[in-house]
Design a protein around this ligand. Structure first.
Ligand SMILES: Nc1ncnc2c1ncn2[C@@H]1O[C@H](COP(=O)(O)OP(=O)(O)OP(=O)(O)O)[C@@H](O)[C@H]1O
Length: 701
């Protein structure tokens, strides 16, 4: 990128202040790192001594070295050397990508002190020569006591054999795999942790926010000796971390490295790197992909060579990867996709592909990904981050944006917001100390413009171009529908649910941005259309949107016009021969099926219920649960009153009789209901098998 790289983050002094073991200092110099960052200067001396640390510092501020260096230094200073099979330090990270990266940092240090190969005699001079002349001539005595670190994540083959052959004393891994590695019968007998010295939880808040991760972390901690140092690191901390501090750390020191924004004169606190330009761009829902394309082109024109684009779901990443790579207008861009549903080896290849691509502004590299690449991962020189979907968890925002502007470099982050209620996100983030500035809408000429017509004509043209790509393979139509539905589901999971509301969604606009050929047959869309037409016919009326929502005024304002593409669906084929044959067979089978059996009303009622939109189902479930709780509370109160009045004996038999009757009714009802539901599900599974062959959403219309 042509923008200046800038200086390293405000530095906090030379490494020499720490009096580190010489080979560690040498390794740091070899990495080209001259001074400590503030978080390193405040954490390392404390972590080397016997203090537990809870460290909260902005993304890209150098937290990794703040725990890697003290771990190594403590091992060097330890009186007793660790033997094969003994673990001295464990680092837990939430994702495989981050674990791999931390492991590679340890490896960079430890590979500098591997025992040199035996010296060979130079026959011409009879001098002794070393195969690696750059290595220090007097290898540290420590090299005998250190072996390479071990990585324990998905994709690690034969863990116990590797552990034994590497004789690793330092283990880096993800929670589930680490728990299995340490706590399986083989782990319990082969991996000794009795003398473990340090445990580090990197991205601690993320580790504790997922119930599965949390359970695994707690199991691991329960297995480790209490006499250990424990450090927690993250750019964001949560209440869950506070809880853990109470149970898993001993008298920890809290290190918070804040940034003060000097630009506003008052020096307000910021949660984002100082040289990050943090921007938002507002557009219509049908213009989102158009604005993404224009933003990529504009930023590349201004020198951007490495981009990361975040989507909310794996399906959206998969789909947009297949589409964007085929758009003429982006033919100079090199795309890579990365998400958690990909097998480990593909994830590794994807990361390598993105990081090793020799990108320039003429041939920029773009990583399309989910939050699997939001935290911790250090992509050097990322110029621009674009959030196509704002994150469902607002804390992820700073982690995503923080993939650029790392280690004092300059960088830009953009979030795309649709006009209307989503614009409130700007204030919402500002309160969270993440101020955003406006990026104007981009015209076809990539100029910044203040206003444009109700729907940019470019959006319609892009829809046609995407549809042209989709029409080449039915698979793409399936993937598009899957991506659309999954993104809508993700939309309902936003923590800021008062901003991101499905009831405000312009389903047509979103379908246009996805380049769909037709709208999926979702009850949510049908309900929305009904509401819209009611509003259009009576604009003054205020309609209740859904239960649980307060009344929302729908003003009959602009919604994106929509027309399904003209497609002969029976003859729209898969490019894969196997899939296409299977589809044709399924189609024929369907044609030969007898007409549906009429008359089973109950069955149809259950079918209808099963077809209800997921949002309504969720609402109903929570209302049912509320009612049940209220009923229980009322029952309990009545019971206590009877007890107080001394009516309990008589009442007991009455209650028992009543409960038995209710139970019997319910069982009868339930068993019939269950039987019918099972039958329908059975039919559905049978159908799905066909549908799966036809395409995931082949049955929706
Ligand atoms: N003292 C230093 N001087 C210059 N660069 C540094 C220094 N320490 C670390 N770096 C570099 O800064 C970058 C970011 O470091 P690191 O990944 O540790 O950040 P982080 O605080 O863990 O970020 P995140 O919160 O996103 O995980 C890396 O490329 C690293 O090599």
């Amino acid at each position: 990128m042509s923008k200046p790289l800038g200086t390293a983050p405000a530095m906090a002094g030379s490494w020499s202040k720490l009096s580190l073991t010489p080979w560690i200092s040498e390794a740091i110099v070899t990495m080209g790192i001259e001074n400590m960052t503030p978080v390193q200067a405040s954490t390392i001396p404390r972590a080397i001594k016997n203090q537990d640390c809870v460290v909260e510092a902005v993304t890209g501020s150098g937290k990794t070295l703040a725990f890697v260096v003290p771990i190594l230094e403590r091992l060097c200073r330890a009186e007793r050397k660790y033997k094969k099979g003994e673990v001295a330090a464990i680092v837990i990270a939430p994702t495989r990508e981050l674990a791999v990266q931390i492991h590679s940092v340890f490896q960079r240090f430890l590979s500098t002190i591997q025992p040199p190969p035996p010296p060979v005699e130079d026959p011409t001079t009879s001098d002794t020569i070393h195969s690696n002349p750059t290595r220090s001539d007097s290898p540290s005595p420590a090299f005998e006591s250190f072996s390479l670190p071990m990585l324990v994540t998905s994709g690690t083959q034969e863990v116990y054999e590797t552990f034994s052959s590497l004789s690793s004393n330092i283990i880096v891994g993800t929670p589930g795999r680490l728990a299995a590695f340490l706590l399986s019968p083989r782990g319990l007998s082969q991996v000794r942790v009795n003398d473990l010295d340090v445990l580090v939880l990197d991205e601690a808040d993320r580790l504790l926010s997922s119930p599965d991760h949390r359970r695994d972390v707690e199991r691991i901690m329960g297995h480790l000796p209490k006499q250990r140092r424990t450090h927690l690191f993250s750019a964001t901390m949560t209440d869950a971390v506070e809880e853990l501090i109470g149970i898993g750390l001993r008298n920890p020191v809290r290190i918070v490295v804040n940034l003060r924004d000097k630009r506003d004169g008052e020096g307000q606190e910021r949660r984002l790197p100082a040289r990050l330009e943090n921007k938002y761009l507002v557009c219509g829902p049908g213009e989102k992909t158009l604005q993404l394309v224009r933003l990529l082109k504009k930023e590349a024109r201004e020198g951007g060579a490495k981009f990361i684009v975040y989507f909310s779901t794996c399906a959206a990443v998969d789909y947009f990867y297949r589409i964007l790579t085929k758009l003429n207008t982006l033919h100079t861009f090199h795309f890579t996709s990365l998400h958690g549903d990909l097998p480990p080896w593909i994830r590794t290849t994807a990361l390598n592909d993105f990081t090793s691509h020799a990108s320039t502004h003429l041939s920029p590299a773009v990583l399309l990904c989910t939050d699997v690449a939001a935290r911790g991962v250090d992509f050097e020189d990322t110029d621009v981050v674009i959030q196509y979907d704002p994150p469902t968890d607002p804390k992820a925002f700073s982690h995503r944006a923080g993939r650029t502007a790392r280690a004092g470099r300059a960088g830009r982050a953009f979030v795309l917001l649709t006009n209307g209620r989503e614009e409130d996100y700007v204030d919402f983030m500002s309160v969270r100390k993440m101020p955003l500035t406006k990026q104007m809408y981009l015209s076809e000429e990539l100029e910044e413009v203040t206003s444009h017509s109700a729907l940019d004509t470019g959006a319609r043209e892009l829809l046609d171009e995407i549809r042209g790509v989709v029409k080449t393979d039915r698979e793409l139509a399936d993937r598009g529908a899957k991506a659309y539905v999954s993104s809508l589901r993700a939309y309902t999971k936003h923590e800021a649910s008062f901003i991101f509301r499905l009831s405000d969604m312009d389903f047509h606009g979103m379908a246009m941005s996805y380049g769909l050929l037709r709208l999926p047959a979702m009850p949510e869309i049908n309900e929305w259309r009904k509401r819209r037409s009611a509003v259009v016919s009576n604009p003054a009326k205020t309609l209740p949107v859904s239960e649980g929502d307060t009344e929302v005024e729908e003003k009959g304002d602009f919604i994106t016009p929509w027309e399904d593409a003209d497609i002969d669906w029976d003859n729209f084929s898969y490019s894969s021969k196997d899939r296409e044959n299977a589809r044709l067979v399924a189609l024929e089978k369907k044609r030969l099926l007898p007409p549906p059996n009429e008359g089973d009303k109950k069955k149809r009622k259950i079918q209808e219920k099963m077809r209800e939109s997921w949002s309504v189902q969720k609402d109903k479930k929570s209302r049912k649960e509320d009612r049940r709780i209220k009923r229980d509370v009322k029952k309990q109160r009545e019971h206590e009153e009877r007890l107080a009045r001394g009516e309990v004996d008589e009442d007991k038999s009455l209650v028992r009789a009543f409960e038995a009757r209710v139970k019997k009714d319910r069982e009868e009802e339930d068993s019939e209901y269950r039987l019918l539901k099972k039958e329908i599900q059975g039919e559905k599974v049978g159908k799905k098998r066909i549908v799966k062959v036809e395409g995931l959403f082949g049955d929706l219309d």
